[in-house]
Design a protein around this ligand. Structure first.
Ligand SMILES: Nc1ncnc2c1ncn2[C@@H]1O[C@H](COP(=O)(O)OP(=O)(O)O)[C@@H](O)[C@H]1O
Ligand SMILES: [Mg+2]
Length: 255
C-alpha cells in the first residue's frame, strides 16, 4: 500500500504540494490526472524517495520512507519500476543490452540465460527478436516506451510501477498499444500501478479510479462516476467537453 498523509512539499518559497492525502491499496491501479505543472511528477519523485516532504508522511508497505536508512530505502526502491515520458533508454546500448543491463551488472546470471530472459521480456512487451541488436533511435517512440517498460520489469520485478505520461506524444495506434500493455501488466502481475497523465482521453481508457491534482491539491479522489458527477468547478473545467462523453468511453482490454 502507498499512502500520503497530509503531505506538503515546497521548493524554496514555492509551495508545490498542499495537504496531499490519498491511499492506494496493494495491487490497485490509480490514475493521477491534472494540468501540466500541477504537481503530478513531483508525487512520483516523492514515492521514489528522491525528495522528502516539508511536512507529512509517505508510507510504503507500512514504513515512512523518509528517514529510512539508505539500505532499507534501496530495498524499497528495488520494488518500484519507473517509466519516464521519454523512455530514457541508454542510446549507445542496443535494445537487448538496455533490457538486460540490470541482470548483467547486478546478478550472477550467465549470458545465454540473460538473453533468454531478455527475449522473453521483449516478447511480453510486443517487440520482436529482430530488434534485439538495434539501437533505440532506430525504433519508433512507442516501441522505445515498450522497451523501457520491459527494462523496468526485468530490472526490478516490481510490486509498484510508476508511469509518467506514458502516452504523451504518441499517435493513437501506439497509445492503444501502450495502454493495453499497462492493463495487461496490471491484470497479470497484480502490480500496484500509478499512471500519471494530463491527457484526459487516455486516462479513461486505462482505468476508472482517479486522483485529480489541481495546483498541488487533491481536488478529487474517486471513481469515474464520481468524477463525472462532481460539481467542483476545478473538475468541471478540467474535464471540459469530456464530461458528457465519459459514459461512452470504454477501457481498452488487452489482447
Ligand atoms: N526543481 C524545481 N524548482 C522549482 N520549481 C519546480 C521544480 N520542479 C518542479 N517545480 C514546479 O513544481 C510544479 C509542479 O511540477 P510537476 O510536478 O513537474 O508538475 P506536473 O508533472 O503535474 O506537470 C510546477 O509549477 C513546476 O514548475
Ligand atoms: Mg510531469
Amino acid at each position: 500500500m502507498i499512502e500520503f498523509r497530509d503531505v506538503n512539499y515546497a521548493i524554496g518559497d514555492k509551495q508545490i504540494l498542499k495537504h496531499v492525502s490519498f491511499r492506494i491499496p496493494a495491487g490497485e491501479p490509480r490514475i493521477i490526472v491534472g494540468h501540466s505543472g500541477s504537481g503530478k511528477s513531483t508525487i512520483l519523485r516523492l514515492i521514489l524517495g528522491l525528495a522528502c516532504p516539508t511536512s507529512g508522511e509517505i508510507i510504503i508497505d507500512g514504513q515512512n520512507i523518509c528517514g529510512l536508512e539508505e539500505k532499507r530505502l534501496r530495498e524499497i526502491r528495488r520494488q518500484i519500476g519507473m517509466v519516464f515520458q521519454d523512455g530514457a533508454l541508454f542510446d549507445s546500448m542496443t535494445v537487448g543490452e538496455n533490457v538486460g543491463y540490470y541482470l548483467l551488472e547486478h546478478t550472477e546470471m550467465k549470458l545465454d540465460e540473460i538473453e533468454d530472459n531478455v527475449r522473453q521480456m521483449l516478447g511480453f512487451v510486443g517487440i520482436s527478436d529482430e530488434y534485439l541488436d538495434r539501437l533505440p533511435d532506430e525504433l519508433s517512440g512507442g516501441m522505445q516506451r515498450r522497451v523501457a517498460i520491459g527494462r523496468a520489469l526485468l530490472s526490478t520485478n516490481p510490486k509498484i510501477m510508476l508511469y509518467d505520461e506514458p502516452t504523451t506524444g504518441l499517435d493513437p495506434q501506439m497509445t492503444t498499444n501502450i495502454i493495453s500493455l499497462i492493463n495487461r501488466l496490471m491484470e497479470h502481475r497484480h502490480v500496484t500501478s500509478i499512471i500519471v497523465t494530463h491527457q484526459i482521453a487516455d486516462a479513461f481508457k486505462i482505468g476508472d479510479r482517479f486522483i485529480f491534482i489541481d495546483a498541488g491539491e487533491v481536488a478529487f479522489d474517486g471513481d469515474v462516476n464520481g468524477l463525472r458527477d462532481s460539481k467542483d468547478p476545478r473538475v468541471v473545467e478540467f474535464l471540459g467537453p469530456f464530461r458528457k462523453s465519459i459514459a461512452h468511453v470504454h477501457k481498452i482490454d488487452f489482447v
